[in-house]
Design a binder for this molecule. Sequence first.
Ligand code: ADP
Ligand code: MG
Length: 378
Amino acid sequence: MNAFQKLGLDADLLKAIEDMGFETPSEVQEKSIPILLEQETDLVSLAQTGTGKTAAFGFPLIQKIDSNSKKTQALILSPTRELCLQITNELKNYSKYKRSLNVVAVYGGASITDQARSISRGAQIIVATPGRMQDMIRRNLADISSINYCVLDEADEMLNMGFYEDIKSILSHTPKEKKTWLFSATMPKEVAKIAKKFMTDPKEITVGSKNKGSVNVSHEYYLVNHRNRYDALKRLADANPDIFSVIFCRTKRDTQKVAEKLIEDGYNAAALHGDLSQNQRDLVMKSFRTRQIQMLVATDVAARGIDVDDITHVINYQLPDEIETYTHRSGRTGRAGKQGVSMVIISKSEVRKIRTVEKIIQQKFEEKSIPDGKEICK
Ligand code: ADP
Ligand code: MG
């Protein structure tokens, strides 16, 4: 009996899991799946980014859906369009041997009529961003009045992005008896509030310690004169020719500027931020996923939840204003058991912030010098 079978998953799922090459369940999967399969309960499940939360709710959900009925039975809310598409793709993979199961993604920036049409053909699972879901309900294009399960994925991110009111309103259109499964990397006050207000006696699972950075990530900082930030970035890229990285800037303007300079200087780079059209964002993500782009320069909002495998380096071109955000940034690397590096380019005047970050992630930074760049560090 393999380890997934022991959790109680059925043959169709086990076959799909084998196709995906998953050999053993991650800790959050091991803890969440049996509870969700065997008990009709609300659940709060906290685990770091990259620990496999999608399958932790996706496997049991797919097993519990009645694919003979075309009614919408589950709603998954997730913070961004990219994540909606990613979750939808994953669920389609998991359910490839369950032919009559339909998963439909619902998000802004694409035709609402097309999405409504897909739902009307029978979508047992809807994966939605809160904003677009609200629209759908208001315009009577989706019926979630008899769902059995509601998943709040990346709950901390959704609340960070200001979706509290949308979530509240969406939940008011769902039956009282449904079960709510909340997944999150961190448990800030707002998430605790949601759990208290909208859930009934939730079971709780915590993997690792709350708010801690991923253990597969080592953290490094590079002291530079702030005028030389860009040169430092280039040296770091040159010293790591196989770099496949996300570079975080604080503003859309910086993001665009740094990406343009990198392109000018001959690097495979692109910008990802909110001023791009959805079409442009999709194209950028596609080129990044397929490795045509090695350096994705992004704002925090645009990069939320991106799950691209094998990101080798996260580079903080600037530290984020909110230190919590650092955890999310560095969580883009070191996923699925792989080793990753999170680098911070920082000037002398800000270096004390590193100590604050260390306290929050409960990990130490290593101070390193820019390769062959003594002159730009002064
Ligand atoms: P999270 O939502 O916790 O940030 P994801 O669900 O996006 O994490 O999973 C991160 C990566 O790990 C994905 O690429 C996923 O395919 C992979 N993964 C998940 N579970 C397993 C497993 N049991 N074995 C191998 N890889 C896994
Ligand atoms: Mg996730």
